[in-house]
Design a protein around this ligand. Sequence first.
Ligand code: ATP
Length: 136
Amino acid sequence: MSRSFKLDILAADKYFFSGDCEEIIFSSIDGSMGVLGGHEPMICCLSEGEIQFRCDGEWRRAIVSQGFLEVMPNFVKVFADSVERPEDIDLLRAQAAKERAEERLRQKLSTKQYIHTQAALKRAMARIKAAGKTYN
Ligand code: ATP
């Protein structure tokens, strides 16, 4: 049986989750990664998309934007700009955000504006994908 670890998931505007877990799966810039209890210490970049975490044998999901993770043998901390439960995602809002970002990307932008708009587009696309899974 795998060792459990304390998991905290924090966003800029909310404390999303705190509790004991057995496993977490997330997307990093190196692809999908899984962490179990007792993992060696590391700091990883978090990519936008779905996080899955198993607590008392039950898998839960969260949709996150970019951020980072602190992994230690007995705890994992996830820091993201935003986090939502898939069932709380407002699909129309995400679609509108995607259209706004796509429209902006067709215009001339500074490097900073371009990076911000790309990030907004990725957030919107991650939310649309998650909302689609919920409603299917
Ligand atoms: P928008 O332009 O629609 O505000 P955004 O990507 O700029 O989208 P964020 O700054 O990432 O929004 O998030 C602001 C807050 O709104 C956060 O609490 C986030 O969880 C929430 N949020 C953003 N978009 C959605 C959505 N489509 N459904 C539910 N909550 C959302």
